[in-house]
Design a protein around this ligand. Structure first.
Ligand code: NAD
Length: 313
């Protein structure tokens, strides 16, 4: 059976690039992009696009049947900083969209699911450096609680019902094609925009706040690779730790100064500092490396060159 893909939340920071990549690999006619908002961008204009609400089971089921979908990538969610402002809605969206997709698979309507988790599943009692795959997980944000619960349900549906669901705990993702969606690591995208536009940046995290990060190109490749791996290689059915680079605001500012020597950074922490302080500084992703041969390519140096080059265009 041919792979036919539905991406839910395709207009977001990850969805935009994921849609482009999946259309390139599988062909435009085999990829249906969908989102609750219809933007005027490549996702909407350069392939099949449908408006869908991830909270509406019937709408999703109708699309799945209409296009004979086999694989669903569920990217719709409320992110960490936004979720703290609306905990009840974040819980509703993040959990029920996942249940809808898991239940479609249980009903035999789809074959495979990709659902992203996050480093937000960890909390202040988790070992911060080189955080292991299996460790203490006591998330303190509503976003983290929803991701951890989602992981438990993914594993449950896999073990109980044989659902082929695959997941990655993305670190903070850095990209130049689309805006970040309200996360705690968004500063690491904004800093490049401000460096080029204004030559200065005020950071909402303190200078020594180290967080796990990744260039979007690596994250998209990881997503495609975990979905293309033979099912028996995916031994972890909650979610895989995934690591790229780890840096502080001060370190990324120093890297930018190599290209824009007059660049200045100042620091004024806001509510997001507390969220960042509860998360790991770096991640041990040896399980992903062993099970499905994950390997990151971009470091801070090569990512900065690409970000500045592309944003200046
Ligand atoms: P985003 O906020 O940029 O995009 C989410 C998209 O979902 C948006 O286009 C939004 O319009 C859409 N959406 C929201 N509600 C919807 C609904 N009810 N129905 C249909 N679509 C809806 O988020 P992102 O950064 O692309 O993240 C995608 C996924 O990856 C999320 O699950 C997020 O938690 C996870 N993640 C992201 C990061 C990151 O750094 N970007 C890190 C870890 C995990």
């Amino acid at each position: 059976m041919n792979t036919k893909i539905l991406i839910i939340g395709a207009c977001g920071q990850i969805g935009t690039e994921l849609t482009h990549r999946l259309r390139t690999i599988y062909g435009n006619e085999n990829v249906v992009a969908s989102d609750i908002r219809k933007l005027n961008n490549d996702v909407v204009n350069n392939g099949i696009f449908e408006v869908v609400n991830a909270l509406d089971y019937n709408q999703i089921q109708q699309l799945v049947e209409q296009y004979q979908i086999t694989d669903v990538y569920l990217m719709a969610a409320l992110l960490s900083a936004t979720a703290e402002k609306n905990p009840a809605f974040a819980w509703d969206l993040n959990m029920n969209s996942l249940f809808h997709v898991l239940n479609l698979a249980k009903a035999g309507k789809i074959k495979k699911i990709f659902w992203p988790s996050s480093i937000a599943v960890f909390g202040p009692t988790t070992p911060r450096e080189n955080t292991p795959q299996y460790t203490i997980m006591e998330p303190t944000t509503v976003y983290g609680i929803s991701k951890q619960t989602g992981e438990r349900w993914c594993e449950y549906y896999n073990k109980q019902y044989g659902i082929d669901v695959r997941s990655i705990r993305y670190p903070g993702l850095i990209s130049w094609t689309s805006e970040p969606g309200g996360g705690t690591t968004d500063y690491a995208v904004d800093i490049y925009h401000q460096a080029l536009e204004k030559g200065k940046f005020r950071c909402f995290l303190s200078e020594n706040t180290a967080l796990p990060m990744m260039y979007m190109e690596d994250a998209i490749r990881a997503t495609v690779e975990i979905m293309q791996a033979p099912a028996e290689k995916i031994k972890i059915r909650s979610s895989y730790n995934l690591s790229g680079i780890s840096f502080t605001p001060k370190e990324i500012a120093e890297e930018i100064k190599k290209h824009i020597p007059e660049f200045k950074i100042t620091y004024k922490s806001d509510f997001r500092q507390k969220i960042a302080d509860s998360w790991p500084a770096s991640i041990d992703d040896s399980s992903a490396r062993e099970d499905w041969n994950w390997k990151h390519h971009y470091d801070m140096d090569s990512m900065t060159v690409e970000m500045l080059e592309n944003l200046s265009k």
